[in-house]
Design a protein around this ligand. Structure first.
Ligand code: CP
Length: 317
């Protein structure tokens, strides 16, 4: 099965990855998101687009932003939302995720938003459910986090208007980051000519050699004249068997400080997908500073997730 499955109307059936997603579809999601941006500013913050539909959040890993913004997005589309509490569900009695999903489909679930530590689990679920439901990958191991990649590039578009003249630096633990992978695929498809990865050699990806990426070990070299600075945290939970860098030393070499902003373009934006470790990969005065768009990323995430869910169901505003 190709990772991208299309419905008869040319829209996608499931959102499992950004890899292979056509530029035209990404822009369609951006246009839809743009049309949803204002819903959050209305007195009554919803539209009836997904009334009668049921969205199930299945989070097998912790989350603040993704889970909550998917729930808000679904409610803004007037859908019913189920947040399955995995710890108190029958998963704890040995039920398989496939049986859980089958049961929820029998209860009328239309879309499953799935976060899982195992790379590829959303794809397996998409194969399993066939045409009976839609699957959205909300992060699977170090593989992909497609809505994060979409909301990040949407944020870049909002601040920079275009992609074909940008230099984007992604800094930190790229090897273990599903966000970085989705981000790199989205930036590449959207035509960003200069994508830089900055970090220790041990934390560089080994699976992206086909993509034109510039690798830097030094912040001072990699940040020169960039338009976008995207910080990542060290993902210790995925560093099984790897050498975890010593925090103080890592922060000294790869923590973003005010002085680094002077290397980038004057109007460079600072991004972080969250959760942030203040004082480690980013100083508070940068995270909360004028160039930071970190909280805009979260707000735009709601519109992007509304766009993705309504596209899967085949509804446009
Ligand atoms: N960016 C992101 O995925 O954050 P959460 O883990 O809080 O969902």
């Amino acid at each position: 099965m190709s990772k991208i499955q299309y419905s008869n109307d040319g829209n996608i059936k499931h959102l499992l990855t950004i890899e292979g997603l056509q530029e035209e579809l990404i822009y369609k999601i951006f246009d839809l998101a743009e049309s949803f941006l204002n819903v959050g500013n209305r007195e009554i913050k919803n539209v009836p687009l997904l009334r009668g539909k049921t969205i199930c959040n299945l989070f097998f890993e912790n989350s603040t932003r993704t889970r909550t913004t998917f729930e808000i997005a679904a409610k803004r589309l007037s859908a019913d939302v189920i947040n399955l509490d995995i710890d108190s569900s029958s998963q704890s009695k040995g039920e398989s995720i496939f049986d859980t999903v089958d049961n929820l489909i029998s209860m009328g679930a239309d879309i499953f938003v799935v976060r899982h530590p195992e790379p590829g689990m959303p794809e397996l679920l998409a194969k399993h459910v066939g045409g009976n439901a839609h699957i959205i990958n909300a992060g699977d191991g170090n593989h992909a986090h497609p809505t994060q990649g979409l909301l990040d590039t949407f944020t870049i578009k909002k601040y920079k208007n275009r992609f074909d003249n940008l230099s984007v630096a992604i800094i930190g633990d790229i090897k273990h980051s599903r966000v970085a992978r989705s981000e790199i695929h989205a930036l590449t498809t959207l035509g960003v000519p200069d994508i830089r990865l900055i970090g220790p050699t041990d934390l560089m990806p080994t699976d992206m050699s086909k993509i034109n990426l510039k690798i830097f070990e030094s912040m001072d070299d990699g940040l020169k004249n960039v338009d976008v600075i995207m910080m990542l945290r060290i993902q210790k939970e995925r560093m099984i068997g790897a050498i975890i860098p010593e925090e103080g030393e890592y922060s000294e070499k790869y923590g973003l400080r005010k002085k680094h902003l002077l290397l980038a373009k004057k109007d460079a934006i600072v991004m972080h997908p969250g959760p942030m470790n203040r004082g480690i990969e980013i100083d508070s005065d940068v995270a909360d500073g004028q160039q930071s768009v970190i909280l805009s990323q979260v707000t735009f995430g709601i519109a992007i997730r509304m766009a993705v869910m309504s596209m899967l169901i085949g509804k446009n505003i």
